[in-house]
Design a binder for this molecule. Structure first.
Ligand code: PLP
Length: 398
């Protein structure tokens, strides 16, 4: 058999994959599966953005660009950070990459090494621990509580910090929970970090624009935090641009330089065409974004009301992103109509798929055993059908 690099061999394939392939298999067999498992907006990229991409091709803007991205795009990002986040960066401190995923990988690899610990509040986005491990560091999940909306508390952070802690990864608004940290909550976390030199923060703010009645605060904008924070953001979620592949980091100069060095040897800059589209996204009127977010809000309201009406389901209010993350642990130990026992979230999700043809993502994929993730980046019709099925499936458990 092939001998692989140790870190590649140790890497976990996406835990959501088994679920996804089973859903696809059922669909091929003719079952009317409703998938509430997607991680991307079900909207088209707004026209001014697509037009800019087409224009770039027509104008022959199709060569390599500067490695960290064009100056035009990095300047537009600096204006955005200043306008939206009260953050002042120069273009040298910005690195554009093929999606926020690459930005995260670059930041983590630039900062972390063997022997380091990376604190990751759970439930977390699935790739953080794998990226940390690949850098040689050890991912340390920090548990949170459904009762305070899955927020990392200052006490839990303080308790998790050791001599080896190198990095804390924050995600607000959060995938998979929709949790948004308030400015005060972030300030309380910053207070803990202020007493610990040498701990950096990667703040994943990719859902910044997908926000309901909550305020988004960039972690780097808190007093003393800019020097230790890498802000990661991207275009996939807020502008419905998942396929264009564009994300960026804003970081202290030496970190941006190190990240750029890795990018220069591994991938080079993102597509020139995509970068032109990115400039248009940052400069366009935000109405298409607002319309998309209003649609998400209407769906969130329906999803939340219906989930909470189910006996045994506990669901914090998602204030951002497009996911609900109900706690379904009340059903663990229950018996399905076929006599099998639902032991955990994985069993429950497979049961709902097999019996009700609704696809969700089980909590253990996100490092949290009691919940599951429902994405409302789906049509209202699919959501209503999916929720009918979840309701029926849970009602059939004894
Ligand atoms: N961060 C979070 C929390 C996400 O949910 C995603 C996408 O699923 C990403 C980063 C990566 O986004 P992209 O690489 O498309 O910019």
């Amino acid at each position: 058999s092939v001998r692989f690099n140790d870190r590649v061999a140790a890497m976990q394939p996406s835990a959501t994959l088994a679920m996804k392939s089973r859903a696809e298999e059922r669909r091929r067999q003719g079952h009317p599966v409703v998938a509430l498992s997607a991680g991307e907006p079900d909207f088209e990229t707004p026209k001014p953005i697509s037009d800019a991409g087409v224009q770039a091709i027509r104008n022959g803007f199709t060569n390599y660009t500067e490695n960290p991205g064009t100056l035009e795009l990095r300047e537009a990002i600096c204006s955005k950070l200043d306008r939206d986040n009260d953050l002042s960066y120069t273009p040298e401190q910005v690195v554009c990459s093929n999606g926020a995923k690459q930005s995260l990988a670059l930041a983590i690899h630039a900062l972390c090494d063997e022997g380091d610990e990376v604190l990751i509040p759970a439930p977390y986005w699935v790739s953080y621990p794998e990226m940390a491990r690949f850098s040689g560091a050890e991912p340390v999940p920090v548990p949170t509580d459904v009762d305070n909306g899955y927020r990392l508390t200052p006490a839990a952070l303080e308790k998790a910090i050791t001599e080896r802690t190198r990095l804390l990864i924050l995600c607000t608004p959060s995938n998979p929970t929709g949790t948004v940290y308030s400015p005060d909550e972030l300030a309380a976390l910053a207070d803990v970090l202020r007493d610990h030199d040498g701990i950096y923060v990667v703040s994943d703010e990719i859902y910044e624009y997908v926000l309901y009645d909550a305020e988004h605060r960039a972690f780097a904008s808190l007093p003393d935090m800019k020097e230790r924070t890498v802000t990661v953001n991207g275009f996939s979620k807020g502008f419905a641009m998942t396929g264009w592949r564009l994300g960026y980091m804003a970081a202290p100069g030496p970190i941006a330089e190190a990240a750029g060095k890795i990018q220069g040897q591994f991938t080079s800059a993102p597509s020139s065409i995509t970068q032109k589209a990115g400039v248009a996204a940052l400069e366009m009127d935000k109405e298409p974004v607002e319309e998309m977010v209003s649609a998400f809000r209407r769906r969130r309201d329906v999803v939340l009301e219906r989930l909470r009406a189910i006996d045994g389901v506990q669901c914090p209010t998602p204030e951002g992103a497009f996911y609900a993350y109900p706690d379904v642990s009340a059903f663990f130990g229950a018996t399905a109509p076929d006599g099998s026992t639902i032991e955990d979230g994985g069993d429950l999700c497979f049961y709902l798929l097999e019996e009700q043809d609704v696809a969700l993502v089980p909590g253990p994929a996100f490092g949290e055993p009691d919940g599951l993730r429902l994405s409302y980046a789906s049509s209202m019709e699919d959501l209503e059908t999916g929720l009918d099925r979840i309701e029926a499936g849970l009602a059939a458990l004894r």
